[in-house]
Design a protein around this ligand. Structure first.
Ligand SMILES: *[C@@H]1O[C@H](CO)[C@@H](O)[C@H](O)[C@H]1NC(C)=O
Ligand SMILES: *[C@@H]1O[C@H](CO)[C@@H](O)[C@H](O)[C@H]1NC(C)=O
Ligand SMILES: [Fe+2]
Length: 430
């Protein structure tokens, strides 16, 4: 009996080692996984700040967001030395109802002015709360963005987050589909707790996906209730009237977050706002111009082909982005990675944006593995694996884009390319 047990242990070890040493080209696509178990709020205590996350809120300001079960002050104390809080700011508290669910108290405090590229220590609410810390983004190049869409909250998500944490990024860009709560509101809370270790340390800048809509006919008519309440972005600062589309500038990069699931036709407030925002971009101040959407305009995966959010939004807005010489458009929605060359109206065009689909964060729906064959000429890299992207903007003209596959627990480099900004190309002057 013991010998049998020993044999099976040896066999299991042999399989583990075979797995570790297997060559990367033999990577087997993992199946979807169930949601992770993330501790319930009450384990942390009703006064304890939870789901802490931060976001850029103007040139030298940071928004701190957190939730408590009990009523606690919307105050943040902060400073540049641990335990020494020589500054303090107050903000607002809100909550929302969703069918029979009632959210905790959502605290929202904007702090600053802050110095660039500095570590700040902060405490939310009561003096008994634990200390958190974050690093502000640099004021100048280089700056590194982590990019990851369609995250969810599975074991795969957890791998992706581990890899992103190790990437030494400055700002995270998320092109939609965050929690996959899908009406089940406590899953927004567990998602908040899952991402807190990262999102409390670096600004997370997000836009919405279809999983954020959460409308129920007759019962809950207001779309984006949880998303807007929990993930407030700096839309007022960019002259937008909606949390669903906005822009911000950081270290010489102008980033525009668009909403695939709100009006985008030429009469819409989003379209008119986008026109104005693009007009105000000054490429001598921000040589790089990046756009994020959820539903991709270019996609050679069978998943989500022909959806209006993709087809009509592209028809309505592609000209605007092309004429403004947008450098890169990131999208999510497709649970796989795909990179296109510079494109305009389905044709290769040296002055068009590079389109990148990065919806492979690791949600429970699993991978989109079914591709249109043959691969279109404008699509140069596609792979249905979970992973994340990194955009390191080195200077005004050069940036390096890399995609890292989750080879289970290892981040393995899959795709790497140098990009040059469009204003630096004499044929593509704005
Ligand atoms: C925009 O509004 C004008 C005037 O109200 C109307 O004629 C036109 O059809 C609208 N266009 C779209 C795309 O909705
Ligand atoms: C920008 O970075 C690239 C890549 O490292 C380098 O080759 C180039 O010389 C840099 N440009 C300037 C103006 O420093
Ligand atoms: Fe989606």
């Amino acid at each position: 009996m013991a010998a049998m047990k020993g044999f099976f242990v040896m066999l299991a070890l042999a399989l583990v080692f075979a797995g570790v040493s297997r060559p990367s080209f033999a990577y087997e696509r993992p199946p979807a996984r169930k949601n992770l178990f993330v501790p319930l709020a009450k384990d942390l205590g009703p006064d304890s700040p939870q789901q802490v996350h931060i976001s850029l809120a103007g040139q030298d300001k940071m928004r701190i967001t957190w939730i408590t079960d009990n009523s606690t002050p919307a105050t943040v104390k902060y400073g540049t030395s641990s335990g020494v809080y020589d500054s303090s700011a107050s903000g607002s508290v809100s909550s929302y109802k969703y069918v029979w669910y009632e959210s905790g108290e959502i605290h929202d405090v904007v702090i600053g002015p802050l110095k660039p590229n500095n570590v700040y220590y902060y405490r939310c609410g009561l003096d008994s709360s634990p200390e958190f810390s974050f690093k502000t983004a640099p004021a100048e190049f280089p700056i590194k963005f982590a990019v990851s869409g369609d995250l969810g909250q599975t074991d795969w998500t957890s791998s992706t987050l581990d890899h992103i944490e190790k990437s030494n990024y400055d700002v995270l860009l998320l092109p939609g589909d965050l929690s996959y709560a899908d009406l089940n509101q406590p899953l927004w809370d567990s998602f908040g707790r899952l991402v807190e270790p990262l999102a409390s340390k670096r600004p997370w800048m997000v836009t919405q996906g279809n999983h954020e809509i959460e409308k129920i006919p007759l019962i809950h008519k207001q779309p984006f209730t949880a998303y807007n309440a929990r993930w407030r972005m700096p839309y007022e600062q960019s002259g937008s009237d909606s949390n669903l589309y906005y822009s911000f500038e950081v270290a010489g990069v102008h980033v525009i977050m668009l909403g695939s699931y709100t009006d985008f036709d030429p009469n819409s407030t989003q379209y008119i706002w986008l026109q104005t925002d693009l007009k105000n971009v000054d490429r001598s101040r921000t040589p790089w111009l990046i756009v994020l959407i959820h539903a991709p305009w270019y996609n050679s995966n069978h998943a989500h082909q022909g959806e209006t959010e993709s087809v009509d939004m592209k028809k309505d807005m592609e000209d605007l982005l092309y004429q403004a010489r947008v450098d890169v458009v990131f999208a999510g929605h497709i649970h796989a990675y795909e990179r296109f060359i510079r494109v305009y109206k389905d044709q290769a065009d040296n002055c068009g944006p590079v389109y990148i689909n990065i919806g492979d964060g690791g949600n429970r729906e699993g991978l989109a593995t079914d591709y249109i064959e043959p691969q279109p000429k404008i699509s140069v890299f596609r792979e249905a694996s979970f992973g994340h992207g990194e955009l390191e903007v080195v200077n005004a003209t050069h940036a390096q884009w890399s995609w890292h596959r989750n080879d289970d627990d290892e981040a393995v480099l899959g795709d790497l390319i140098w990009l040059t900004s469009l204003p630096s190309d004499p044929n593509c002057r704005v």
